[in-house]
Design a protein around this ligand. Structure first.
Ligand code: NOJ
Length: 512
């Protein structure tokens, strides 16, 4: 455990991030305290801006059954279906960060990062998903990591759920079962109790849209169940309620003593209308509402509840299919009020942009069919290794402006942004990606006046890119997956990023 001195040093740093008003925070107004001062120049980051890198437990830790860890749905899916992973890759060992976390902290240090976003493996802490067994080795692991980060001046930004559900909770249906919210609340309580003295930024869920896709198709995401347009909506409904309950838990029982912040991370491409037609403009907006609005509207909008366009289309399609109820569940008016406003910041993962037009797509039923939007790649932008990733920096600025306009007042943390290639150490394309995307983000902050307060690059390390395996690389640091020691080597991009992170500015030519 950290000494009191180190913790208060950290709290002092955090007060800077929080605009020095942490102590005055009260429910409903506290997020306004996460406002950073204006930067000194267009190419500079505001004082207190968090700059760092991100990872996730299943993608880096390995130690899949080490020291009492329970099985999760990704362990199960890849063990039962190695063919779902490219080259049969899985997260059994991955970067072995379970043993080599000190090297990860050193890598962050060399990057001049002041924040590290990582996730906690639920089954490493609670092997059965419930508090009947609390795995001390799991607590020890994250305590050591958190302490080492703080000793190095690096703020932990912790994701509670980055897709790795304990298998025992999938046996009772996983996220479509509303009881999962109860389990998630108890898991969160264990995290607040054990780590909340030192962790001040919490993300409940990473990319719920990706989580629920595991209930809509086979072979793409665990638990790999094909109930499109039904299971995914039920899962989303539980996740939104679970998030809100954890937010309230923190406000009621931990905020006063721990003085931290709780938010959620949503993912979004920028949907650019394919033409200037009203139809395409509406289609692009509909795509955003079905991807982001489904979670953001209940939590961040003034009115709360699902976006009206979703309610209307899913209800109409469900009726047309001859169903006695809508496939999209409903919140009671008490629930709408309870969920609204339950986030201190808006976490966003953004990588790329697509063109969108109106049209019939997807199976009946499915979210894609309900949305009625066809999205496709641009012709003329550079392609990364991931099929879905083109380098379109201006889309980032547009997305940040859209979020800020749609959900005003919420500080934004960019919790992921990055570029994939096939593993070059001289990764000039990655450097170009980061610098051009960071420049667009700074324009969104300094020119457009949006309150973005942090940025964590995806990813610190090459890691398991889920079903794409280890071949596709997002890391600033290379990991040699053929060597049992899993050595880390800085790629060229580290030099540029370390320089930006230290100087807190970008070259002025991006703004001329
Ligand atoms: C989003 C996910 O949160 C992360 O796990 C994944 O590796 C990156 N995007 C890149 O696809």
């Amino acid at each position: 455990m950290l000494s009191k001195g180190v913790v208060s040093l950290l709290t002092a740093c955090l007060a800077l991030v929080a605009g020095s008003t942490l102590g005055a925070a009260t429910a409903g107004t506290h997020r306004r305290h996460l406002r950073l001062p204006r930067a000194g120049a267009v190419n500079q980051f505001p004082d207190g801006f968090m700059l760092g890198a991100a990872t996730a437990s299943y993608q880096i830790e390995g130690g899949w059954d080490a020291d009492g860890k329970g099985e999760n749905i990704w362990d199960r899916m890849f063990h039962e279906h190695p063919e779902y992973g490219t080259n049969g890759d899985n997260g059994d060992v991955a970067c072995d960060s379970y043993h080599k976390y000190a090297e990860d902290v050193q890598a962050l240090k060399n990057l001049n990062a002041n924040v590290y976003r990582f996730s906690i493996s639920w089954a490493r802490i609670l092997p059965n998903g419930d508090t009947d067994v609390i795995n001390q080795a799991g607590l020890d692991y994250y305590n050591s990591l958190i302490d080492l980060l703080l000793e190095n001046g690096i703020q932990p930004l912790v994701t509670m759920y980055h897709w790795d559900l304990p298998q025992s909770l999938q046996y009772i249906g996983g996220w479509p079962n509303p009881i999962l919210a109860d389990y998630f609340v108890e898991y969160a309580r264990v995290l607040f109790e054990n780590f909340g003295d030192r962790v001040k930024f919490w993300i409940t869920f990473n990319e719920p849209a990706a989580v629920v896709s595991g209930y809509a198709s086979v072979g793409r995401a665990a638990p790999s169940l094909p109930a499109p347009g039904i299971g995914d909506y039920l899962a989303a409904h539980t996740i939104i309620k679970a998030h809100a309950r954890v937010y309230h838990l923190y406000q009621e029982q931990y905020k006063a003593s721990q003085q931290g912040y709780v938010g959620i991370t949503l993912n979004s491409a920028w949907n650019e209308p394919a033409t200037n037609s009203t139809e395409d403009i509406e289609a692009a907006e509909r795509a955003r509402q079905f991807e982001v609005g489904i979670y953001a509207h209940p939590i961040f909008s003034e009115e709360g509840d699902y976006p009206p366009v979703m309610r209307q289309r899913v209800d109409a399609n469900s009726a047309a299919e001859g169903r006695p109820r809508s496939r999209l569940p409903s919140f009671t008016s008490e629930e709408v009020a309870y969920i609204r406003g339950t986030s201190d910041f808006f976490g966003v993962n953004h990588y790329s942009s697509v063109l969108s037009t109106s049209g019939e797509t997807g199976t009946i039923p499915s979210k894609e069919h309900d949305a009625g939007v066809i999205s496709y790649s641009f012709d003329s932008y550079p392609q990364a290794a991931s099929s879905w990733l083109q380098v379109i920096p201006w889309g980032f600025r547009k997305l940040l402006n859209w979020i800020a306009a749609e959900y005003p007042e919420y500080p934004i943390i960019v919790t992921e942004n990055g570029y994939s290639d096939w593993g070059e150490l001289d990764d000039k394309n990655r450097t170009d990606y980061y610098t051009s995307y960071l420049a667009e983000m700074l324009k969104a902050i300094n020119t457009d006046g949006n309150n973005v307060i942090g940025y964590t690059a995806w990813s610190l390390l090459d890691n398991l890119e889920w079903t794409d395996g280890f071949a596709i690389k997002f890391g600033l640091y290379q990991v040699d997956f053929n060597d049992p020691e899993r050595p880390r080597t800085a790629k060229d991009s580290v030099q540029t990023m370390a320089q930006i992170y230290a100087s807190k500015e970008l070259p002025i030519e991006y703004f001329e």
